[in-house]
Design a protein around this ligand. Structure first.
Ligand code: SF4
Ligand code: SF4
Length: 101
């Protein structure tokens, strides 16, 4: 069962630079990512839009594996601030999911 948090996007978008909503799932980022993770970043952003908190938690190792190299971001046709979004997801996991800080 997937826990759906209908306020997940609202919570993340308090950061005005967070713009995962702009992603239209073209796949360019995943094709270019040197980590070959496949999931990053478009699937992460889909899970945000769906409010799938559990999926984000399950993918925390992937989220923290991103090199923040911006190769994806430089080629995104929608101007998605991918690395900033990923940083925001990291903060969310640390503070709201794992409650470390
Ligand atoms: S390249 Fe940009 S628009 Fe395309 S899937 Fe990735 S984040 Fe979304
Ligand atoms: S910033 Fe992260 S997701 Fe984007 S290409 Fe680099 S390693 Fe992959």
């Amino acid at each position: 069962m997937i826990r759906v948090d209908e306020r997940l996007l609202e919570s993340l978008a308090k950061d005005k630079d967070f713009n995962a909503q702009a992603c239209f799932n073209c796949g360019t980022c995943s094709a270019l990512c040197p980590m070959g993770l496949g999931l990053l970043p478009r699937e992460l952003f889909r899970y945000v839009l769906l409010g799938a908190r559990d999926r984000l938690r399950e993918l925390s190792d992937v989220i923290f594996s991103c090199l923040l190299c911006r190769l994806c971001e430089a080629n995104c046709p929608r101007g998605v601030r991918i690395t900033h979004n990923i940083r925001t997801l990291r903060s969310y996991l640390v503070k709201d999911e794992y409650r470390i800080l």
